[in-house]
Design a protein. Structure first.
Lengths: 395, 63
């Protein structure tokens, strides 16, 4: 007979989305448990570790050198033939970001949830979900023992590989074109500008994706690649493309790899329904990744915040049906959906561009006096320098 | 082509790109191992192609 455990809310997955949900529920005075299947929060890192500076006011946290490695001034975008477009600090503004240590960032968020009163189990893997009257039962294996957790509401925060939402009857299946597969090296001894992230665009470097360099300090950088799944010819392509890039680039070829991480990211639109009876889906599990950049931490934080706040209200009203939790769907969409849809459309365009066109676009933009880092402003720049390309981009 | 993935434990980075992309939820990471539910696998081969390091039977026959 399994041990039984009763909580108001159960959060499955201890990444940023899960921790922020748990924090909000605990702050609202309810009994919340977060379970993480791994033995340690934040490990392994599967991320480029770049994040917008806007995260600080949103989460109401201070800048902290324990998880912020470096602060960016801007970005350089490099075309297949080597044309460079610089987005400097006067243009990038709050859109620039930090390069962070994800394992410490994630740990900080989990500790913040625990300090607010949330309970946390590591080494706890959920194995099933079943609805019962007024709640749900999740079976899990915690430290090798079977446990039955009874909760009024369950949060699927189990990331890209989410199973929980599927158990709850929500469709999280991805089309092949909506998956990018990524691999990244942390490298030391590389020649990078510690204040600028770099993006290498085009099929030459990364079919249907890009190569990035996110500097973590002097001569240290996260160098990675994301490729669209439809353009991968056989397993291992991302590694081969990244290795070729490094070998052929003097600034990186002498570097030493100190860490490898990899993963999948969704680059489609978020799932259609993120709410069901007794269940909410947050972060990567709900496919809330920015399809253009592949960044997911920012939206994960927003969805966690809205999920937590909705749960508090639903517990106050004693209604965790899909209807009682419905406010979550509206709240997170209000805050991030427009941006995700805009960037999805931009990404779809980018996927179709030939390297020659991309060379011209980036060359044109490098000469244009960009006022802000927005899609509209970029299109204006292209219209001015290369009006003949706008049809290609808009068509 | 029908292929069931064969997991290469040494090469695998446990990044779970395969788990998240499997259209039928046939793969899972449990106890630091990738597990295949043979009943659910439809042999589409997506996991093998998506693996960033060739750890799912992409090797000799994946070209």
């Amino acid at each position: 007979m399994a041990d039984e455990h009763i909580v108001d809310a159960l959060v499955i997955g201890g990444g940023p989305a899960g921790s922020i949900t748990a924090y909000e529920v605990a702050k609202g005075g309810y009994n919340v448990l977060m379970i993480e299947k791994r033995a340690e929060i934040g490990i392994p890192v599967r991320c480029g570790e770049g994040i917008s500076k806007e995260i600080l006011p949103i989460l109401d946290i201070e800048k902290d050198p324990s998880w912020i490695c470096s602060e960016m001034d801007g970005a350089r975008i490099i075309s297949p033939c080597g044309n460079v477009m610089v987005i400097g600090p006067e243009v990038a503004g709050p859109e620039t970001g930090f390069v962070i240590r994800r394992e410490i960032f994630d740990r900080m968020l989990a500790e913040r949830a625990a300090s607010a009163g949330a309970n946390l189990w590591v080494n706890a893997e959920a194995t099933s979900f079943e609805r019962v009257e007024n709640g749900a039962v999740v079976r899990c294996i915690h430290d090798g023992k079977d446990v039955e957790i009874h909760a009024k509401v369950v949060v699927a925060a189990d990331g890209f590989e989410s199973q929980v939402a599927r158990w709850g009857g929500l469709n999280t299946a991805l089309a092949e074109r909506d998956i990018d597969t990524c691999i990244q090296y942390e490298m030391m001894g590389v020649d990078v500008d510690p204040k600028y992230v770099e993006f290498y665009m085009g099929r030459r470097f990364a079919p249907g994706g890009y190569i990035w360099s996110f500097p973590k300090g002097e001569n240290i950088s996260n160098v990675g690649i994301g490729l669209n799944a439809t353009l991968i010819k056989r397993g291992g392509d991302p590694k081969r493309y990244l290795d070729d890039f490094i070998r052929n680039n003097d600034r990186f070829s002498k570097g030493i790899i100190t860490e490898i991480n990899a993963g999948g990211v969704s680059v489609g639109l978020p799932i259609e329904k993120t709410v069901a009876d007794r269940m909410l889906v947050v972060g990567d599990a709900a496919r809330m990744i920015d399809p253009l950049t592949g960044g997911g931490v920012y939206t994960a934080c927003i969805s966690g915040q809205e999920a937590g706040r909705t749960i508090v209200k639903s517990l106050e009203n004693d209604n965790t049906s899909a209807e009682g939790l419905g406010g979550y769907e509206r709240a997170w969409r209000d805050r991030v959906e427009d941006q995700l849809v805009r960037n999805y459309l931009a990404k779809e365009k980018l996927l179709d561009l030939d390297d020659e066109v991309l060379d011209k676009v980036i060359e044109g933009l490098s000469e244009y006096d960009l006022k802000e880092a927005s899609t509209q402003e970029l299109l204006k720049g292209i219209l001015e320098k290369h009006p003949e390309l706008v049809n290609e981009l808009m068509g | 082509m029908i292929m069931k993935p064969e997991w290469n434990e040494v090469r695998c980075l446990r990044c779970v790109a395969c788990v998240g992309s499997c259209p039928t939820g046939a793969l899972s990471l449990s106890g630091w191992r990738i597990k295949l539910n043979e009943d659910k696998c439809i042999g589409c081969g997506l996991c093998a192609r998506i693996c960033p390091v060739d750890a799912l039977g992409g090797g000799e026959n994946g070209g």
